[in-house]
Design a protein around this ligand. Structure first.
Ligand code: ATP
Ligand code: MG
Length: 565
């Protein structure tokens, strides 16, 4: 996909890059990276960053590296490393040979730290974590120098080497940058560069190291080692930029990438904090990282969202420095628009009501042709079985109903989608008065069109009882019933806003026989009901499971409007 065919909406970062190219900066080269920490699955916020970084590389004939920021081994693991690669690829991006780990650079980073010590710009500090915090000062008060700040270079080199050798316990010593304890920017008050971590097995480097570099030190140097030109990150790193630049200015590094910050995506009715998502998974609030209600890429994939819809969403929300609160409806609309074009139509009855067509001969079956898409003939057609017994949706029948009700009523007529007009002659109820069956008659002259002078406005969907497949249908809804669960009120927790109806399971559904060949993940529009896909996890047993991807219309808009009045 080249930029000429499909120009992406511009944004301030693209404008900076275009100006840099015009000015010949970096010899006109553009190199970005996506740097996830493998401590959880990727979510919709990461998708924004992925689309931005990989999209820019694509459009400016540059490169984008996938780099794991793996400096915190006790929270990271190989399962997350794999999941992240799967998800980036699924979104449609390819890093080619450019897969890196910050841990690839541990030896180089160690050497850089030694360089800093030799310049008198780093020292080994024996203060405890608590003391370091206390010495750091506050936003309004300067910090205090550590008593170890003036150790000699020789002593620092010796102690740092012994830290690496494992002579000291966790927390006994750290290596710190020697910058300015009175800096108005707290990040510049002698930040930690290395800490000691014994007894953790790193997913890439095993037990080779017992000291681990901090994020700020690692990140800028990894960017430089990889020849990144534009290091794009979220706004919380704005205050870290002076430190990013300080390390690169003090050290002899291959290049000095430019850090540019943009605002994080905050999607309403969900959360994108990895810590909280981990809590939902570990606490059993959801089925796992790929639970179809999760805002993770794996969850959205299993739910049936398409990569194209997510990329379209990322284009639409834009990239700026101001708050990026986005309604869930924006994402759902992107999904609907994509599926409306690409999803074949099928019929499924979620709450079945049996209908016997009394004037249709017993044992007879006929095949009717139905288009796969009402507007797109290229999608072809399928055969539906019509027989004496069919199922319709319970909600499509009422014994008595106002004129507005355009579906089936006692004594009334309705058209069966892609088939005949039927009339309801008799209603059969159980002892409790529940309607359990309808006796109807069909008019053979109504296949495909109303005969002249006949007005039948309502159209309902149906499936043939003779060959419909019994299916389980899972109706997914928003995970949280509060638009901003992260901003929980005093005394409340984001988990208090979990939507108790985020999953409703219907076990007695019938879907048309053509769905027997559906592939896991394949999307369909169930006419009049919404978009659904065959779940990829629950294929065991004789009943297929379909996930509702999204309803046909935004039902929350109505509720929220009403609630707002
Ligand atoms: P945590 O929640 O643990 O702080 P994180 O969400 O920042 O982590 P990383 O794995 O460090 O997770 O993120 C990788 C990249 O994705 C970073 O560049 C980060 O800025 C970006 N990113 C993360 N969340 C969002 C978001 N909501 N919107 C846009 N970009 C994001
Ligand atoms: Mg982070």
């Amino acid at each position: 996909m080249s930029s000429e065919e499909h120009p992406k909406p511009t944004n301030f970062i693209r404008q900076i890059i275009e100006a840099d190219i015009r000015a010949g900066k970096n010899d006109g080269r553009v190199a970005t990276r996506f740097p996830p920490e493998p401590n959880g699955f990727l979510h919709i916020g990461h998708a924004k960053s992925i689309c931005l970084n990989f999209g820019i590389a694509e459009d400016y004939h540059g490169t984008c590296n996938l780099r794991f920021d793996d400096t915190n081994p006790h929270k990271e693991n190989a399962e997350f490393v794999e999941a992240i690669q799967r998800d980036v690829r699924w979104l449609g991006y390819d890093w080619g040979e450019r897969l890196y780990y910050a841990s690839d650079y541990f030896e180089k980073l160690y050497d850089y730290a030694v360089q800093l010590i030799k310049k008198g710009k780093a020292y080994v500090c024996d203060l405890s974590a608590e003391e370091i915090r206390a010495y750091r000062g506050t936003l309004t008060e300067p910090g205090k120098d550590s008593p170890f700040r003036n150790r000699s270079i020789e002593e620092n080199l010796d102690l740092f080497a012994r830290m690496r050798q494992g002579e000291f316990q966790d927390g006994e010593k750290v290596l710190r940058a020697r910058i300015d304890m009175a800096s108005p920017n707290i990040n510049m008050r002698d930040p930690t560069i290395y800490r000691i971590r014994h007894g953790v097995v790193h997913h890439q480097t095993g037990e080779e190291w017992c000291i681990y570099p901090m994020y700020d030190f690692t990140h800028c140097l990894s960017d430089s080692i990889e020849g990144i030109t534009h290091s794009l990150c979220t706004l919380e790193f704005e205050d870290h930029r002076p430190l990013y630049d300080w390390y690169l200015n003090e050290l002899e590094t291959p290049c000095h990438p430019q850090q540019i910050e943009f605002s994080r995506l905050v999607l309403e009715h969900t959360i994108t904090s990895k810590r909280k998502l981990t809590e939902l998974v570990e606490g059993g609030y959801v089925e796992g990282w790929d639970d179809p209600r999760m805002p993770t890429i794996a969850g959205m994939r299993r739910r049936g969202y398409t990569p194209a819809a997510i990329r379209d969403f990322c284009d639409r929300i834009g990239v700026t420095k101001s708050d990026n609160f986005v309604e869930m409806a924006v994402l759902e609309n992107c999904v609907r628009e994509d599926l409306n074009i690409h999803a074949p139509r099928r019929m499924a009855v979620l709450h079945p009501l049996k209908v016997v067509i009394t004037n249709y001969p017993e044992g007879r079956q006929e095949k009717l042709t139905a288009p796969n898409h009402p507007q797109d003939e290229s999608m072809g057609s399928r055969q539906l079985t019509f027989s004496r017994e069919i199922y319709i949706e319970q909600a499509d029948f009422r014994e008595e109903a106002p004129k507005k009700f355009k579906r089936l009523v006692s004594g009334g007529e309705v058209r069966l989608r892609n088939a005949y007009v039927i009339r309801c002659d008799e209603v059969i109820k159980d002892v409790e008065g529940e309607v359990i069956e309808l006796r109807c008659s069909y008019d053979p002259a109504t296949l495909g069109a109303n005969p002249e002078g006949r007005k039948v406005k309502g159209v309902i969907h149906w499936v043939s009882a003779s060959d419909a497949i019994n299916a389980e249908i899972r109706l997914y809804d928003r995970l949280f019933n509060h638009p901003n669960p992260d901003k929980a009120k005093e005394g409340k927790d984001y988990r208090d806003y979990l939507n108790p109806d985020s999953l409703r399971t219907l076990t007695h559904c019938f879907v048309e026989a053509n769905l027997a060949g559906a592939r896991p993940g394949e999307q369909f529009q169930f006419e009049r009901e919404g978009y659904f896909c065959l779940d990829s996890e629950h294929l065991a047993g004789d009943r297929p499971v379909f996930n509702r991807i999204v309803s046909l219309r935004d039902s929350w808009a109505k509720i929220e409007k009403k609630g707002g009045k």
